[in-house]
Design a protein around this ligand. Structure first.
Ligand code: NAD
Length: 269
């Protein structure tokens, strides 16, 4: 209890999935939380749920593709709770239909993903940092993705936009560390958010499972708990890092599962 007592957190994309889990965990550990989301009803419901469990939260509409809307969410947080000391830049989107390989991808989609996934991190941080300096410091956490570190046959824009988030995280940490502001990232592997659980076919989950070092899949709380740690003073000497939360999926030589199977077959023969 009270791991982030006294902190004021703005969580973007907090109405569902990873953002929702994080908002709940931050509130449970004593933070005052602003849940900002496109899905204004979902954000309101999330804040009401937190309040019904004794936490402190409020919601606001956010369109993370728009500079003015991001500014409004930051200003609202400071007006409502008097300061802003934790910013979780979590909104991100992907599009499997238009974000394809380099030759075939839709260029408008490239711009859209760079805007929503990367520029929103820049803008959230740009508007929050002066308030954090006034408050004596703060912690900015950005949601990247393992797509920032490992490439794919499609989703070129998504991967590039998240790689930019990883690098931007380091720049913010470098530029504002002396103001007592830390900036870190979290890079989720496949995370079974409630939406993902409902939508992903079992065959796809089996493929993922085959390559995880651990015998289970990631859940939203696995990211939420990492963000909670990065928001708290427990991580006070960590900055500029992006923590990979991916069950060891990308850890080893990719041939390991196939090699194991081959060994098993040759032992049986
Ligand atoms: N779930 C995964 O497996 C996974 C893996 C790697 C990275 N991520 C990243 O984690 C973050 C959260 O993903 P999630 O799986 O929880 O997604 P989600 O779809 O469950 O939640 C995203 C939330 O963001 C909101 N949102 C989307 N676009 C918005 C916008 N322009 N303005 C304001 N709100 C907006 C949605 O309404 C939703 O509530 C994203 O940045 C995503 O890229 C997720």
């Amino acid at each position: 209890m009270n791991r982030v007592q006294g902190k004021v957190a703005l969580v973007t994309g907090g109405a569902s999935g990873i953002g929702l889990s994080t908002a709940q965990l931050l509130a449970k550990e004593g933070a005052k939380v602003v849940i900002a989301d496109f899905n204004v009803d979902g954000a309101k419901e999330a804040a009401e749920n937190i309040k019904s469990q004794g936490g402190e939260a409020v919601s606001i509409f956010l369109d993370a593709s728009k500079e003015e809307s991001i500014k409004e969410a930051v200003e609202f947080t400071v007006d409502h709770y008097g300061s802003l000391t934790v910013l979780y830049n979590n909104v991100g989107m992907t599009n499997l239909k238009k974000d394809l390989d380099v030759v075939n991808m839709d260029l408008d989609e490239w711009d859209r993903l760079m805007n929503v996934n990367t520029k929103s991190v820049l803008l959230g941080s740009r508007f929050a940092i002066p308030h954090m300096i006034k408050a004596g410091g703060g912690s900015i956490i950005n949601t990247a993705s393992m797509a920032a570190f490992a490439s794919d046959s499609v989703r070129s824009a998504y991967g590039a936009s998240k790689a930019a988030v990883v690098q931007l995280t380091k720049y913010i940490a470098t530029q504002y560390g002396r103001d007592n502001i830390r900036c870190n990232g979290v890079a989720p592997g496949l995370i079974l958010t409630p939406a993902a659980k409902n939508n992903l076919p079992p065959a796809l989950l089996d493929i993922f499972g085959k390559y995880n070092a651990l015998p289970y899949h990631g859940e939203a709380d696995d990211i939420g708990n990492t963000v909670l740690f990065l928001a708290s003073d427990e991580s006070k000497f960590i900055t500029g890092q992006t923590i990979q939360v991916e069950g060891g999926h990308y850890l080893a030589n990719p041939t390991v599962p196939d090699f194991k199977e081959l060994m098993k077959k040759s032992q049986q023969a």
